[in-house]
Design a protein around this ligand. Sequence first.
Ligand code: ADP
Ligand code: MG
Length: 341
Amino acid sequence: MGTGTVLVHLEGIRRVYVSAGETVAALDGIDLTLNEGEVVVMLLGPSGSGKTTLLNVLSAMDSPTEGTYRFRGDIVPSAPDALDVEPFALPRPHPLLSPPLWLVERVVGLVLGVVRWPGRTLAERRRAKALEAQAAFRRANIGYVFQQYNLLGDLTVLENVMLAQEISGGRDRARAKHMLAKVGLEGLEQRFPAELSGGQQQRVAIARSLAKHARLLLGDEPTGNLDSETTQQVMKALLDICRKEGVTAVIVTHDEALTAHATRVLRLDSGRLHSDERGGAGTLVGKGKHVVKDVLDTAEDVVESVRRPVEAAISGGVNTAKALGAVAKDIAEAARPKRKE
Ligand code: ADP
Ligand code: MG
């Protein structure tokens, strides 16, 4: 958990797209190292600067054209672009010559097709295998939160989370409920998405993306549809859960205010890393940071474990329980470590 272990290491990453004969370097030489537990905010620079492409490379949805991507030291599988074989066509000097040329074309095309077949089949098989390896990597390691929450409307909140678990290895009801509680949705497990606010739906999506033990959480403007107050709540839920689970997050946003919660702030321009600065959350001060963090976590756990028994014990005395809870929260708050700017 945030121990300074390297999670992501990108070296000389380029991603070049060729469309309509034009070449675009969406990523043009990215070197980047992210440690476990870091919260990285990528600010919306000029559109087309390569942010989405970088997230796609990080999630192995896309493969770099050049460079290496290591995840916990291992090379991440990458797939070549799909083969794009031009159909065979003769130049046409005159429309009258078309019918005979057409016949020649068909014959030559057929012959070439047969000759190229083994090579193509091999390449396609290799690509299919690589795509499968990428999907396995994604299922095991990556959580992705989209601007559209993409929840299934006829499944409950809990079922949405458990379906994602099932797809990536196995249902775990207890963990699904635990993650929902961590994003502040305890008690809403049996609701349907339509019965939740936008902010609540996005929190379900966050819980869902992490419910399968993802190590890296990626978000492409996940709060783009929410007002600024809800954005703050959702981001707080996201950051809390990442901190507690030791998950690294890379979030694209246009909201400068979110840099206050980040450990790193990146800006891209024309496929290059334009700046890489420390965010407002900084890093915990000094050598004692692990101790301080442990104290903080313990204090929060104490609050959590004390709240329920106290509430249950003092039946009817809700106010007393609330007051006790507030005191415990203050203790946790006081234990919060001082941070560098
Ligand atoms: P951002 O998310 O920062 O707005 P993108 O990563 O989406 O930028 O795109 C970076 C550049 O790469 C843009 O110029 C875009 O047009 C180009 N690009 C992205 N995806 C493709 C693609 N699949 N095919 C061709 N060009 C692409
Ligand atoms: Mg984008």
